[in-house]
Design a protein around this ligand. Sequence first.
Ligand code: NA7
Length: 538
Amino acid sequence: MSETFLDALVVGAGFGGIYQLKKLKDQGLYVIAIDVASDVGGTWHWNRYPGAMSDTESYLYRYSWDQEDLKTYPWTKHYLYQPDILAYLRHVTEKHNLRQHMHFNTELISAVWDDSSSRWIVETSTGVTYKARYLITALGLLSRQNLPHFRGIDDYTGELYHTGSWPDNVNLKGKRVGVIGNGSTGVQVITAIAKDVKQLVCFQRNPQFSVPSGQGPATPEYRKSINNDYNKIWKDCKDSMFGFGFEEASRPTSSVSEEERIAIYEKAWNRGGGFRFMFETFGDITTDVDANNCATDFIKKKITATVNDPEKLQKLMPTQLYARRPLCDAGYYDQFNLPHVSIVSLKDTPIAHFTPTGITTSDGTPHDLDVVIFATGFDAVDGSYTRIRIQGRNGQTLKDHWSNSSGPTSYLGLTIPGFPNMFMILGPNGPFSNIPPAIEIQVDFISNMIADAEKTNGAGTGKGKTVIEATPQAEQDWTEMCDEMSKGSLFAKTDSWIFGANVEGKKRSVLFYFGGLKAYGDRLKDVVGHGYQGFTGL
Ligand code: NA7
């Protein structure tokens, strides 16, 4: 048991935590980052399943602030696989000497605000208590696994994995494998393992739309052109809605002839990229049902042209709007032409129960399986928070605070009244966009705010009493605006983690700010320009 007094504690050593740690170190604060994992990486430490890949293009799935690194750090494909991203994050950690300020295998057990000392008292699994003036949580959007319970699951004697905590050295070769779930993860894992396994049974609740990823080698010429343009690329990225590095279309679907429309879809299909297909072709796919239908007609024809078996085709054919997180793949639908790959529609025959040897569906069919893979996603966004005890003023926990409102709330996706000096990276109602640039915008804001607060206290003295807190009104206004903004989006009309509608018993509510990255960044500048509007203590 020991106590460590800190200026700031960063919780999490993924993309957000690494950058936050660096910023506050550079500002002269005494700061430590902790992580339950044994090393850096966050999401990319845990999600080691076969085929795990970021579908943000390589040149933008990184930090923008190290110019030298941007131009020299090697990448050879248009998208990065999990090992590439992990290697990159380790490299950044080493290059900037951050590891010495990180404590791994350290789980946050509770964080309690102490009014008398104006510090967060953070208990950890190692027995060390941190007493920090600032608490910055970089817990990740997608870190708490969704593990649905099925009857008899404890009796199952085969191997069982969730993709979000994939162990090393899993061998699927020659085995009978079942995969539950077909979101981004399921599509990636199914595509990656299909050829190697003896039998693959895909348990699918709702078919989704997936387009080709366009993964492939990035030529030296391509890399050179990116390098020459990086300043503009990052500016354009942060000035865009979604931050994926392309110009988002504004033209409505109906503004072009049918022939032209098909040509635009076809071009996007051949180029590849889920975000590109959804946001680079037409500006109204996710806001207008007719536009959405035009896009889905096109994708459905592609699925039909790919899948040979009429029964499999019928099961794979989506019936909902194209308004979940867009998916892309490296030949997902093709895998179903392999005779040993089958699909079970859980809409028709739900999982009845597990048995010692596999899964039995409601029609009584036993599926004998050596391995079952849960690609069932995450209790996203607020799920990362409600699993731990974070207690603010007056003994109120974050869980209480959120259960008293219509859902998880925040001011700017960053702070919550009653939880002073606590800042969330990617908290509820932060921007719906490519993650690394959103993280940078938030970390820069938090760091500047802390720097401004420290000016009156003297950095590193550990004696500061600055207490920054969002006002309840600011939280309410932000939440109402996020709610209102989301109503125009078709994403709100489909059930997915983006609205908390994927986990049994979870309240459906808005979890993102849908105004886009630029508007979000502008709003933060505005808040600063108005003397930290919506905050007290500065
Ligand atoms: P997702 O996108 O939430 O997908 C989870 C999948 O698991 C999806 O197909 C779900 O079906 C399915 N699921 C969830 N619960 C069940 C139960 N109880 N029974 C059967 N099937 C179930 O998670 P991912 O990991 O794929 O992706 C999450 C994000 O990570 C992704 O958006 C990227 O940003 C990275 P459903 O469609 O809900 O019917």
